[in-house]
Write a protein that binds this ligand. Structure first.
Ligand code: GSH
Length: 262
């Protein structure tokens, strides 16, 4: 059972995919010039990168909001863009250091917390009289925004922080408990106590000085493939043909049809 019925095969690990190496090969770059993941290749050779473009492609008209009217479709794009432009940056600034995948900066973290507060408040007001972000059912707007909030709710949004935003939390819980999302995300363990930066863990995770530049990749992603990839993974897997009874990734490896490199 899934929202769209699309079937994808996810390749995340060797021998199919080796982060930083595979995505820098000429063969990969020919198909996906940005050299980044996630990247999608269809059965007929159609290639597309950027997680939002991939989710759009593997979704259906209802998820795109086009089942109702052009206004709803525009609102879906609005929330997907908002997730990228307004939620991902502060969420990454606050959460990544707690996962030891980015250095901690006290002022930046404080600013990010305030920004997250603003976002949760904005969502809370919007969701006061609504079950979902757009229309009467789940759309790409809910899937994308939920997935960008996922690590916040897992790592840092302790009850004392999110209790001021009950409508946002009700909607978040409604979405993650939908069978289709649950089948992919599994049980989401909500944060009880705000995670903090661990300098020792961060130091241990730094690439050795003699690691070649091309093996290190660019930006924070090079230091944090696992967690960041998981974040990306959760952003579009809700659209796959998941069986709620069998949410574990190995099941996807066997069942999914189109490859996605992550
Ligand atoms: N906006 C892109 C972000 C993609 C991205 O930054 N991918 C990172 C890892 S999550 C990557 O592939 N980096 C490769 C590299 O740094 O070599 C999306 O949503 O797909």
């Amino acid at each position: 059972m899934s929202y769209s019925g699309a079937q994808v095969r996810v390749l995340t690990a060797p021998p199919h995919f080796h982060f930083i190496r595979t995505n820098h090969t000429p063969e990969f770059l020919r198909k996906f010039p940005a050299g980044k993941v996630p990247a999608f290749e269809g059965d007929g050779g159609f290639c597309v990168f950027e997680s939002n473009a991939i989710t759009y492609y593997v979704s259906n008209e209802d998820l795109r909001g086009r089942g109702s009217n052009p206004e709803a479709a525009a609102q879906v794009v609005q929330w997907v863009s908002f997730a990228d432009s307004d939620i991902v940056p502060p969420a990454s600034t606050w959460v990544f250091p707690t996962l030891a995948i980015m250095h901690h900066n006290k002022q930046a973290t404080e600013n990010a917390k305030e920004e997250v507060r603003r976002i949760l408040g904005l969502l809370d007001a919007h969701l006061k009289m609504r079950t979902f972000l757009v229309g009467e059912g789940v759309t790409l707007a809910d899937i994308t925004v939920v997935c960008t909030l996922l690590w916040l709710y897992r790592q840092v949004l302790e009850p004392s922080f999110h209790q001021a935003f009950p409508n946002t939390s009700r909607w978040f819980l409604t979405c993650i408990n939908q069978l289709q999302l649950w089948a992919v995300l599994g049980e989401v363990k909500l944060c009880e106590k705000m995670a903090q930066f661990d300098a020792k863990k961060f130091a241990e995770r730094q690439p050795k000085k003699d690691t070649p530049r091309k093996e290190r990749g660019s930006g924070h992603a090079s230091e944090c493939p696992k967690e960041y990839l998981l974040l990306q993974y959760s952003r579009f897997l809700p659209l796959t043909n998941a069986d709620p009874g069998m949410p574990d990734p190995p099941w996807f490896q066997k069942k999914l049809k189109f490859p996605i490199f992550m």
